[in-house]
Design a protein around this ligand. Sequence first.
Ligand SMILES: CC(C)(COP(=O)(O)OP(=O)(O)OC[C@H]1O[C@@H](n2cnc3c(N)ncnc32)[C@H](O)[C@@H]1OP(=O)(O)O)[C@@H](O)C(=O)NCCC(=O)NCCS
Length: 144
Amino acid sequence: MQILPASLLDINSLRRIEQACFDHDAWPLLDLMAVLTFPDVIRLKAVDNGRMIGFVAGDTRDQGLSWIATIAVLPEYQKQGVGRALLDACESKLTAARVRLCLRTDNVSALRLYETHGYQRVDIWRAYYKDRADALVMEKVRGV
Ligand SMILES: CC(C)(COP(=O)(O)OP(=O)(O)OC[C@H]1O[C@@H](n2cnc3c(N)ncnc32)[C@H](O)[C@@H]1OP(=O)(O)O)[C@@H](O)C(=O)NCCC(=O)NCCS
């Protein structure tokens, strides 16, 4: 498995990952195109035997606080360390002292991954998702 920069050429693979990983929370096509093209975004893909199996994006517009905008791994490749590798690789390219992300409060897999990566709960956004589920905001303070 390799972690490589992603580009607009990966749009179809990213769409498949998005649809496989997020039901009603999947990003629309325009948002996926934006995350693959906008400046100030770190975009990385995990590739196995030429197939894109995971994706992470980090938003670096704010120099003091970066956001992990999205992270996803195809279901059949989950729990094999791919998410961890993507998060490590993205964090290593961020320069902000603080990194934040948000997740559904019932997303156990993501919560475990972020907790074991040193993220702590800092806020709750009520009814953030389309189905009005709450979002947990987590933050990691780094010694950069
Ligand atoms: C969250 C997600 C990216 C994790 O990716 P992954 O490749 O499965 O994660 P890893 O295999 O690297 O696991 C990293 C850690 O997370 C934890 N973890 C992962 N899946 C877990 C699960 N289903 N249950 C409990 N813990 C889990 C483990 O603690 C693991 O630590 P370990 O390596 O010490 O065992 C993946 O589950 C996913 O794509 N989910 C759907 C999309 C999503 O919810 N994205 C996050 C939105 S905020």
